[in-house]
Write a protein of this length. Structure first.
Length: 153
């Protein structure tokens, strides 16, 4: 669910778990397209025969998994936006740790928790979220990241 927060109620979301997205499948076609887009055709991502002895199958690129945070479906499911926002921008990352590989055809979902909101300038709010990607059936998350978004109201 998209959380819409009034600027004067920012403190109410700091430390709040914003929930989890729906599950989605990371299939080989998506992995191959990412490999083409980034020119990263390492065999562990695109060659099932070579990847099988190491990981049991091909695995998604870490940055493919991370890039899904910016995806519109995940953002609309569990994102937060300030009321009156004219534009939201990806501002960057403070920390990323890749903890588990994402095997092809895995189901994944994103969890988000708001860590901090700071008004950088009048009408410009920097939001820091802790984001993790869960892999169905795997104890450790694929990654944990601190993402930064700038909302201009």
């Amino acid at each position: 669910m998209l959380h819409i927060v009034k600027p004067n109620e920012i403190d109410s979301v700091i430390g709040k778990d914003l929930g989890a997205s729906e599950w989605m499948v990371i299939d080989q076609e998506r992995i191959d397209k990412f490999a083409d887009a980034t020119m990263d055709h390492q065999f562990i991502h695109v060659d099932p025969k070579q990847a099988e002895p190491i990981f049991g199958s091909t695995i998604a690129h870490g940055f493919l998994s991370l890039s899904l945070v910016a995806g519109i479906s995940f953002a609309q499911e569990i994102g937060m936006v300030l009321e009156g926002t004219k534009m939201g921008l990806n501002y960057g990352l403070d920390k990323v740790r890749f903890l588990s590989p994402v095997p092809v055809n895995s189901e994944v979902r994103i969890h988000t928790k708001c860590i901090d909101v700071t008004e950088k300038n009048p009408g410009q709010f920097l939001v820091k979220n802790e984001v993790s990607m869960e892999i169905k059936g795997v104890d450790k998350p694929a990654y944990i990241a601190e993402t930064l978004s700038l909302f201009i109201t």
